[in-house]
Design a protein around this ligand. Sequence first.
Ligand SMILES: Cc1ncc(COP(=O)(O)O)c(C=O)c1O
Length: 407
Amino acid sequence: MAKLALKGGRPVREKPFPSWPIYSEDELKALKEVLESGYWGIGGSRKPEFERRFAEYHGVEYGVAVTNGTAALEISLRAAGIPAGSRVLMPAYTFMATATAAIYANLAPKFVDIDPDTYTIDPSAVEEAITEDVKAIIPVHIAGCPADMERINSIAEKYSLVVVEDACQAWGAEWNGRKVGSYGDLAAFSFQSSKNITSGEGGIILTKDRKLYEVAWSYSNCGRSMKGAWYEHFIPGANCRMTEFQAAILLVQLDRLPEQAEIREDRARYLTSLLSKIDGVTPLKRPEKVTKHAYHIYILRYNSEAFGGLSREAFIEAMRAEGIPCSSGYVPLYKAPAFQNLDRIPFIPNDLSKKMDYSEVSLPNTERACYKESIWFRQTMLLGSRDDMEDIAAAIEKIKENVDEIL
Ligand SMILES: Cc1ncc(COP(=O)(O)O)c(C=O)c1O
């Protein structure tokens, strides 16, 4: 019987998974060109070129490249003209920026539950949560899996709600043959260090609507207008512009994205086929309409009963000891200290903070995912070989067979 690595046995895996970020001479060349051009910020050609190419890749007309994904979300909400004090529906199974962006835009997050099988926002829960002061929905394409955008859009149309897609983890993902970013009124993407296409930090807003594009551009450019003079400021915008260095790196990374995305898809499918044979771990369901999944994270649902009651945290520790990095992921946003006692944050007006009392909120699917089930593998692991996927499955099987050693 193999001894678990936690108990001094030999780990299933002793070599690392692929590291991240990946770069080549192409990024070095692109950066050098920017350095030598003299245009490091405004006036350069890389930012507009990246905006055009990233938008085109997602089948939309316009892009506004900004400092990060949080700014992309916040500016999108502002550009959409949602009245201050309104509520915005969103999942609580997401990165905190989804909610903070709403707060910065003077909107109150209203959390709704996720589908237990996909962890994306549950459209039925969205419809149930609509009240008079709900004016927008932020579906999050969590882990790279698109939310059900057809149902979200039809609800939005029925109740005249704005849709801002949080596509910060979903570059190139598709729902029913159509790329994310093309469904909402606006969409926000992130290029932060861990992301599948990165420039260290960075973000972009996509939209098909010329007017929304111009307003978003203006908010990210100190309130200037595209045709106005440099010191004419029409709205109270801020400087959230992406630099030429970031855009130059992202142009190269965008070229590499489709090939890497295919590798991730292949490895994820293979891993799913291996894990489906192991009782007690269930990969998140990939709806049939997800024609492309970005696999920013590969998530599986852990059932401790099938492991003799071994807690998820102990299982993760055992996996890490076997050479398989993994983690448990998010806590429900409404439980995070950052979203408690919002009435004590000086910049939040009283009437808004009154709408953000989350003490009574309880979303069962979200809490089960956060506290009991979810186990995350990072995107970079999916850039490994098929053999690497076999190591993941082998480690799970080894723990299962020898669980008595750590119970
Ligand atoms: C779902 C989600 N929304 C928003 C963000 C915010 O993006 P950024 O970190 O670039 O501000 C992130 C990234 O971390 C994210 O994963």
